[in-house]
Design a protein. Structure first.
Length: 343
């Protein structure tokens, strides 16, 4: 993950930026963003693909965790060495890594599979320069641009990018070919600040109808509310899409294969009835509403209480993929407007 260093800011032309990235594809297995209609998707990027990658927009529909904690992974052999370069991650993506890092590397033992991938991964993040209707990072106290957690971050400006270093790994990448990076002009810095201010306003405008604050207190104060069913779980079809696109979900299932002693780790979802099933067919959370409430409690109450940060960054992926049209923002709004229980 690298130690944090003093952030340095540079400017690089578009042509030189492509040359820089292409040089990195010779050493790293690179992935970048590709636009598909209104969405962005992570795509493996070879040398010749670099000019076609999208450096702007908003977050990809797939979570960043898939590169560090894959959907399916064999976990009985030695973890494989793999140098990854991720280009275009957004601020909400980096916020997700706070949770997965804490779970897989922050305890007494480090998960060797996640830990090695994290160590060998370089993240080049990018400011958002567009907003989708489901974005709500500012409601969660974040910004539509990365502030920490990146090795390099880029902001699109006229004829190129402002590049900011955020780690010793990022600074080392630049130091090898420093002739491509120059000191930014004052107008470049001003353009970055204008873009960032406009993006904050744009996200706020998208969420102008949501007035809730302090989601932890809302969830805790309305634990017994009937709205968990009436406003949230009523249309849930238990497809698990919300959990699988969430960048902070880390539950998994271990299963055996036909090979002797081999075990597979696959993503699991607390929204599935089978997740809670115990011996004899019992379940502590038999209803969809109790499982939905647990999801909110995990993200917005348990995590900040025990680890000091929300496990939600307002990326909006759960809103985008929900087949039941459930919107976490709307549920919190309805709960916040409900009279608080007495006592």
């Amino acid at each position: 993950m690298g130690s944090i260093v003093k952030n340095f800011t540079y400017f690089i032309t578009l042509t030189n930026w492509y040359s820089f990235l292409q040089s990195l594809t010779k050493e790293y297995e690179a992935y970048g963003l590709e636009k598909l209609e209104k969405d962005f998707l992570w795509k493996k990027a070879a040398f010749e693909d670099v000019p076609n990658l999208s450096s702007n927009g908003y977050c990809a529909i797939q979570p960043l965790k898939q590169f560090l904690f894959p959907l399916k992974e064999e976990v009985t052999g030695e973890p494989a060495e793999r140098k990854l370069l991720l280009i275009g991650a957004k601020g909400c993506d980096l916020g997700h890594l706070i949770t997965t890092d804490a779970m897989f590397t922050g305890g007494i033992l480090v998960d060797p599979y996640y830990g090695l991938k994290r160590q060998n991964t370089v993240i080049i993040s990018a400011d958002c320069d567009a907003v989708k209707p489901s974005c709500f990072c500012t409601l969660m106290g974040l910004k539509p641009y990365p502030e920490k957690g990146f090795d390099l971050n880029i902001t699109p400006v006229a004829s190129g990018f402002i590049v900011e270093t955020g780690s010793d790994k990022g600074e080392a990448l630049i130091s090898g070919i420093s002739n491509l990076f120059v000191e930014p002009r004052p107008d470049h810095i001003a353009e970055r600040e204008t873009l960032r201010n406009n993006m904050v306003k744009a996200v706020n405008e998208v969420n102008k109808d949501f007035t809730w604050k302090d989601p932890k207190s809302i969830v805790e104060a309305h634990f017994d509310s009937p709205l968990w069913f009436e406003a949230d779980a009523k249309t849930c079809v238990e497809c698990d899409a919300c959990r699988f696109t969430c960048g902070t979900c880390y539950c998994f299932l271990l299963s055996e294969t036909k090979k002797m002693w081999e075990k597979l780790r696959t993503w699991d979802s607390c929204q599935s009835a089978g997740y809670w099933r115990t011996a004899g067919g019992g379940s502590p959370r038999k209803t969809r509403s109790s499982r939905r409430r647990n999801f909110y409690s995990c993200k917005l109450s348990f995590r900040p209480k025990n680890f000091g940060s929300y496990a939600c960054t307002g990326c909006g992926r759960c809103v985008d993929v929900c087949q039941g049209k459930i919107d976490i923002r709307r549920t919190l709004q309805q709960l916040s407007c409900e009279p608080k229980p007495k006592g």
